[in-house]
Write a protein that binds this ligand. Sequence first.
Ligand SMILES: [Zn+2]
Length: 221
Amino acid sequence: MIANGNGTEHELRRDLVKFSKWLYRLGFMPGSSGNLSVRISEDCIVTTPTGCSKYLLQPEDMVLVDLEGKRIAGLKKPTSEIGIHLAIYRSRPDVQAVVHAHPPLATGFACAGRALDEPLCAEAIMMLGPVPLAPYATTGTENLAASLQSLIPDHTAILMANHGAVTYGESLLDAFLKMETVEHFAHICLVAHQLGSARPLGQPAVGELLEARAKYLKNAR
Ligand SMILES: [Zn+2]
């Protein structure tokens, strides 16, 4: 049984089931889409399997892989989008968990070629910072991870053009909350623009919020 600061392997498998169901119920992972993972040791992660509804997963369905994507344990195959997760874990040793989902409003922005980087909402600036849009790449190929690579170091939430979104952080809960906030912010942006009078914050206010965010992140470490 492997264990780290995130919990025992058994606890992490159960956490993956819990957050998979939560994301499914929010409509962020319809069909068999979306995938989650959590770091179980420095060079090993536990992830959701490919081709399964996130509502029906069981702890024993999860798959252990190393950071090269080689399966270490599990009867099923890991998610076909494992490359997204591995690219993030390899670039960011501080990251403990990754969530990739297709929430409809944020994915709508990604399909319209729009990043979520307009400073419309104080909460989103504090929690996420600007959410960039990675260029399109075919799912399941190495190009998908490559399309994210330059954005991974300076962000923890990224839109993926014509595809979806990925968030990551210090725990599964943290990555989940970021995904929920991305979708909420997309909703707010859509409404503000539909109303026809979106009023982005000016540079001084954005600067103050980013300063407060930097302090918050430093204290959280
Ligand atoms: Zn996807």
